[in-house]
Ligand binder design. Structure first.
Ligand SMILES: N[C@@H](CCC(=O)N[C@@H](CS)C(=O)NCC(=O)O)C(=O)O
Length: 203
């Protein structure tokens, strides 16, 4: 299989974490795609131009990090990241959606600051900065949820990739005033799959 990524993409990072967690490094070739470039040859591979994108062994391509993760997780017939049973499934979905919501905002912010200076919108940047501050406050409370403290799941991976996006956004400061979130992140960031996929810093 081939997994198209960019080294800084937090969505691609979620899929890369699952590749490592599932021990699929030998079966999944990571390929750096050229995104956001007019005429990129990547567009003939994935017309949407987004990463992550997985080409399965049967040649079919999949996009959307959650779809790719579920596919990879099920390959060995022993999924580790399926939803828990009963009402806990809604809790897992709720938490994953909250993590993704924070990440979606940070991705917009991150995109804004890599535009040429005269194309950046201070309004968008301020909106996303405020959103991320509210989400960090929310996560300071939610981080005590048993599903955020138990076995690794997609909510945890998604939140780790969102918080880890601090490397790409110099003005993102989610740490001050959020000691529990800092502590949680410190632990998960040391996990080999998370450490090995850390994004390069913004310069
Ligand atoms: N919902 C998608 C989001 C993927 C996404 O937005 N990827 C960004 C990189 S972080 C991308 O490829 N952007 C290139 C573009 O917009 O042309 C997922 O979860 O996989």
């Amino acid at each position: 299989m081939k997994l198209y990524i960019t080294p800084g993409s937090p969505y691609a990072r979620i899929a890369r974490v699952v590749v490592i967690e599932k021990g699929l490094e030998g079966q999944v070739e990571l390929i750096a795609a050229q995104t956001r470039l007019a005429g990129s040859s990547y567009y003939s591979i994935n017309p949407s131009g987004r990463v992550p994108y997985l080409i399965r062994d049967d040649g079919v391509g999949l996009e959307e990090s959650s779809v790719i993760c579920t596919y990879l997780d099920h390959l060995d017939g022993s999924p580790a990241f399926d939803l828990p049973a009963g009402d806990q499934a809604w809790e897992a979905r709720r938490l994953e959606a909250l993590a993704r919501s924070m990440l979606d905002g940070l991705a917009v912010w991150g995109r804004e600051i890599v535009r040429p200076q005269n194309e950046r919108s201070p309004t968008v940047i301020q909106h996303e900065a405020h959103r991320s501050a509210r989400m960090a406050d929310l996560w300071e409370t939610e981080i005590d949820h048993p599903l955020m403290r138990g076995a690794l799941n997609l909510a945890q991976i998604t939140l780790a990739c969102a918080l880890g996006f601090e490397a790409r956004i110099p003005d993102l400061h989610w740490r001050p005033g959020h000691p529990k979130l800092c502590d949680w992140f410190g632990h998960i960031a040391a996990r080999p799959s998370i450490a090995a996929t850390a994004p390069p810093s913004h310069h």
